[in-house]
Write a protein that binds this ligand. Structure first.
Ligand code: ADP
Ligand code: MG
Length: 219
């Protein structure tokens, strides 16, 4: 049995075509099913549906052989016990610093002010501000970061941005790029050795589909 860990929402949706390229079709949609283990058209492949942040953990401990996780999530996890062979280039977005409209971030930084920054991404944020020599107190949040500057919890947030519409809706502006994010394939190293006959063809199909997708976009 090969077990693939995925999260619901955009990662699942953008993974369906990659699975199809590997000849794998989920038997149910996780958005409408309450099942956490989904079968596929292949008797030897199943999907487990977990929180995005938990995908690396399932793969690290071998509860799943493969998984797909955002680079943001992988950086916070640290990547221990994970083979990361492939950037799938799906669920693309950017990790950005954002502040309330009217807050002069660059002036505050220039003055050497100590900033309070709320984020789910404390490891990436710590590294970013340390590299820039910006003094920050980091406040760990688990969601709705956009609220923090609006109610005085923080001067700034570090959060994922794609279209910017969530920032705009909350009168926030992105002021600094932290890093580019897309989702990556993670593999349990023992699974790769012990289940190579089943795992390698999936890796190859994902790599092929990803390369074709990239070519299509650059054409
Ligand atoms: P959750 O809210 O449980 O963290 P999401 O579906 O919002 O789950 O995010 C899962 C992953 O999708 C993130 O780790 C990130 O890599 C990616 N992602 C998050 N927000 C966006 C976005 N706005 N655009 C594209 N990809 C995103
Ligand atoms: Mg989300």
């Amino acid at each position: 049995m090969i077990t693939i860990a995925l999260s619901k929402g955009r990662i699942f949706e953008e993974t369906v075509p990659l699975l199809a390229a590997a000849g794998i079709v989920p038997s149910e949609n996780p958005e409408s099913s309450r099942k956490l283990i989904l079968g596929t058209n292949r008797a030897d492949v199943r999907l487990v549906i977990v929180r995005a942040t938990d995908v690396p953990t399932y793969v690290q401990y071998g509860a799943a052989d493969l998984g797909i996780a955002g680079y943001d999530v992988l950086l916070e996890h640290g990547g221990a016990g994970l083979y990361q062979p492939l950037d799938l280039q799906i669920a693309a977005c950017k990790l950005m610093v954002a502040v309330a409209e009217g807050f002069d971030y660059h002036a505050a930084v220039k003055q050497g002010a100590r900033l309070r920054v709320a984020t789910k991404y404390v490891e990436s944020a710590r590294e970013h501000f340390a590299a820039k020599g910006v003094h920050v107190d980091l406040i760990k949040l688990y969601g709705s970061m956009e609220l923090a500057p609006l109610v005085g919890l923080a001067d700034a947030i570090v959060d994922l941005v794609s279209t910017g519409s969530t920032l705009k809706a909350n009168k926030l502006v992105a002021v600094e790029h932290v890093l580019d994010v897309s989702s990556r394939l993670v593999v349990n190293p023992a699974s790769l050795k012990l289940k190579r006959a089943g795992v390698q063809p999936i890796l190859d199909a994902f790599a092929h589909a990803t390369a074709q997708h990239a070519e299509h976009h650059h054409a």
